[in-house]
Design a protein around this ligand. Sequence first.
Ligand SMILES: [Zn+2]
Length: 165
Amino acid sequence: MDKFQRSQKDKLFKTPSHDPYCLQKVEGTAICSQCGAAYQAGNWTWKVPENTVIHDAQTVTCPACRRIEDNQPAGTLTLTGSFLLEHRGEIVNLIENTEKLENADHALERIMRLTDSEGALVVTTTGIHLANRLGHALKAAFKGHTDYQYGDDEYQLSVNWTRDE
Ligand SMILES: [Zn+2]
């Protein structure tokens, strides 16, 4: 991790980010009725530890599924530049693989949509950590230029990545 990445990471963790979609109180263990993620000890996870008592599990909808239903992304990554047009396949592969890695450990970090818009590729995510990680992955793999804009009081992150030849 270089200095720039570290400063971005510090900034991310210092930002008071209260995800409005995470304010729903869940007591005990719960399972998302849409995706099957489990709520356990304050976290949403794909793995329900052994010895977990699930018989009193509540059925709820997890914050990621609710964001997808409402089409309310937390992160937006916008890719532009001529490099994108020539290497779209590789770039999309990197984005999808990065999502898999992030999502395996963080059940609420998901890609919502990939949309082509006037020469740009717009990727929306259910969590700001995934948007941040995608920005760093693109920069590491393809260089180019990234900038990160955090919402002041909302749980929001916009990342722009661009590369021209
Ligand atoms: Zn869910």
